[in-house]
Ligand binder design. Structure first.
Ligand SMILES: Nc1ncnc2c1ncn2[C@@H]1O[C@H](COP(=O)(O)OP(=O)(O)OP(=O)(O)O)[C@@H](O)[C@H]1O
Ligand SMILES: [Mg+2]
Length: 311
């Protein structure tokens, strides 16, 4: 069984507009609600692949219920601990002028108490009895500290269960202490970790090798429009971007988490997971909703993904 853990569950609202003007009413041309939060995104995408998963974490209020129903619709089994406040809404604003791109506005609406964390920890330990791979990551709501990731990753690694982890600092460093098998940083997350700007594939390789040597963790790095770089213990691959018409790239990175989890679950070589992950990332870029993709697009794009030995 694949287990995802999302502390900060999120409902994403993507709004498309022709341009931006301050102190004016802007009429959106379109909007779409979809899944947000990295591990729940991965569960959602796995559902589209036809692979069920157990989604653990915290949720609250009507937004939390909407997240649960979106997950159920894809065959995911959500079992969130109910907390105070509200599952947050993230708004992705896409300006359709062909040059501005997209901006994300996040909020933090949930309140987690120590007894909630204890309840999740108990449910998680029970789930680990049947887990083949765990996907963890994302920001943390109020009431939680980065050592949550040190603890939860350690619990899985102690039982030799593979862990895929995706977070920005300071959570990234906290999680790395427990040596997850894979991390999936993007350019900003990797830059935050090394303390200098990662621009090129060469910069990413240098930073990724440091992580591999220090933590025994394989970085599968996504570099937006310039593709990706997978660093494994004895080999590395550059993954060129696919030629696609990008509608919204939000959640594309989370598709890589889903691809990796799928290949570990099916006991396939990790190269299969990288290929599936980058195909699904491109498929997410074709859709307006966060982490939304179509199985037929993933299957069509899969054969186009190249893994080129690097350096
Ligand atoms: N403009 C683009 N053109 C082609 N491919 C893209 C583009 N943007 C993203 N991709 C593909 O999707 C992958 C993941 O994208 P990105 O690096 O933006 O992830 P991310 O920042 O983690 O995204 P998120 O956190 O929103 O899921 C890239 O490595 C690339 O393969
Ligand atoms: Mg990401």
């Amino acid at each position: 069984m694949i287990v995802s853990v999302t502390a900060n569950t999120t409902l994403d609202l993507t709004v498309f507009m022709p341009g931006w003007e301050w102190n004016k009413t802007i009429r959106a041309t379109d909007y779409i609600y979809s899944m947000g939060g990295k591990p729940t995104d991965a569960s959602w995408i796995l559902g589209e692949f036809g692979i069920p998963s157990l989604a653990l974490g915290f949720a609250a209020g009507a937004n939390g219920q909407k997240v649960e129903s979106l997950l159920r619709a894809k065959g995911v089994n959500p079992e969130f601990i109910q907390v105070d406040g509200e599952t947050r809404v993230c708004m992705n604003v896409v300006i359709q002028d062909g040059k501005t791109g997209q901006t994300t506005i996040t909020t933090n609406m949930m309140d987690v108490r120590p007894e909630h964390i204890e309840a999740l920890r108990n449910r998680y330990q029970q789930a680990l009895d049947d887990a083949t791979v765990v996907v963890l990551g994302g920001t943390l709501p109020k009431g939680m500290t980065p050592d949550f990731y040190t603890d939860f990753i350690r619990l899985a690694r102690e039982r030799a269960i593979p862990v895929i982890f995706d977070a920005a600092e300071p959570n990234l460093s906290a999680g790395l202490k427990s040596e997850p098998n894979f991390i999936k940083p993007n350019q900003d997350e990797l830059s935050g970790f090394v303390g200098k700007r990662v621009e090129t594939v060469e910069d990413a390789y240098e930073a990724g090798r440091v992580i591999l040597e220090r933590y025994n963790t394989c970085p599968i790095i996504s570099l937006g429009g310039i593709g990706g770089l997978a660093i494994l213990p004895d080999r590395a691959y550059r993954i060129p971007p696919l030629e696609i018409e990008v509608v919204s790239a939000t959640g594309a990175g989370d598709a890589i988490l889903a691809g990796l989890a799928a290949s570990i679950f099916r006991k396939e070589p990790i190269e299969e997971g990288i290929r599936l992950g980058f195909a699904a990332a491109a498929a997410v870029c074709l859709m307006p909703g966060t982490a939304d993709c179509r199985k037929e697009d993933v299957e069509r794009l899969y054969s186009q993904v190249e893994l080129i030995s690097y350096p």
